[in-house]
Design a protein around this ligand. Structure first.
Ligand code: ADP
Ligand code: MG
Length: 285
């Protein structure tokens, strides 16, 4: 094969807030034909806000948000942060005697000696809690106390401005397929995929599923780019031919596992990175 070098590529990229950990990743970018994005915190801001609450089975709103905020107290998940911001002002930690984070599901806690579950539909179904409601526009955070369903807190996240032109930009650079992976529900994932004109998405994933899906796409002739921000995304970023991490709000684990770090967290920087790799490619004899 022709020996190639990427003279000035790493420097040109860093001036645009794109930190490339080695010249070989620029070569892999030139050969890329598929990009796999995480959703929350990558294509979306990852900053949720509470939009609505719905009580069930005679629960009061006060009670519902009390268990929501207490259940989430020890969680740093962006969904937990949004609930605590709105309802968690005066938490008495002594009321929480146990807490367990169930990655991809939610929280299991003991609050005032009552068993509290806070999380998605899967968590409720797996715990044998009867729920019969449909998700609305955002993500429903369901709450059960002592195995009885008490209602849900709806939260919503915004798509990043920089995500809207990503698919067009990538297609112009010769990328054939743009895919999104998420632990969030089918309906929210589908709505975002539609708005961003993604080719495909996989929803309702558990953290380990992301790497399994990536492996199905990897091949010997072209390279696959993965983009993420969370601790859960680290294996995905390490497993891809080129892993991009969000450098500003992303987790340390993602930044370490990545091959390229974006200082401004903008998905469109992937398009720019491919452009820089192409422009600085030089044949060396
Ligand atoms: P993503 O792939 O979207 O970054 P995660 O694996 O972090 O997602 O979470 C997947 C889903 O699990 C969330 O959309 C949410 O429904 C649920 N979940 C996870 N952690 C929590 C939590 N602390 N509180 C409520 N729901 C949670
Ligand atoms: Mg994420």
């Amino acid at each position: 094969s022709i020996p190639l070098a990427y003279f000035g590529g790493i420097g040109a990229a860093s001036k645009r807030g794109i930190l490339v950990k080695g010249g070989n990743y620029l070569e892999a970018l030139v050969n890329a034909d598929r990009v796999i994005f995480d959703k929350t915190g990558t294509l979306t801001e990852g900053r949720f806000t509470v939009t609505k609450i719905r009580t069930e089975n005679g629960s009061t709103e006060e009670e519902l948000v009390y268990y929501g905020a207490y259940g989430e107290y020890y969680s740093n998940h962006p969904i937990a942060e949004s609930i605590k911001k709105k309802y968690g002002k005066n938490i008495d930690k002594n009321a929480i005697s146990a807490h367990e984070e169930l990655s991809g599901f939610g929280i299991k806690a003991v609050v005032n000696d009552r068993q509290v579950l806070v999380g998605n539909e899967k968590l409720m179904v797996e715990s044998g809690i009867d729920i019969d409601i449909n998700e609305e526009n955002g993500t429903s955070v369901h709450i059960a106390v002592d195995n009885e369903y008490r209602g849900c807190i709806e939260v919503e996240d915004n798509i990043k401005e920089s995500s809207y032109n990503v698919v067009d930009g990538l297609k112009k650079k010769g990328i054939k397929e743009v895919i999104m992976l998420t632990g969030d529900n089918e309906k929210t994932a589908g709505r975002i995929a539609g708005k961003l004109k993604l080719d495909r998405y996989h929803a309702g994933l558990l953290p380990g599923d992301k790497l399994d899906i990536l492996r199905k796409y990897l091949n010997k002739t072209t390279s696959t780019i993965a983009v993420g921000d969370g601790i859960n995304d680290a294996p995905l970023l390490a497993g891809a031919d080129v892993g991009f991490a969000m450098g500003a709000l992303g987790s340390d684990a993602a930044v370490e596992a990545a091959d390229i770090v974006l200082m401004t967290d903008e998905p469109f920087k992937i398009v720019e990175s491919i452009g820089i790799a192409r422009k600085t490619r030089t044949i060396v004899w």
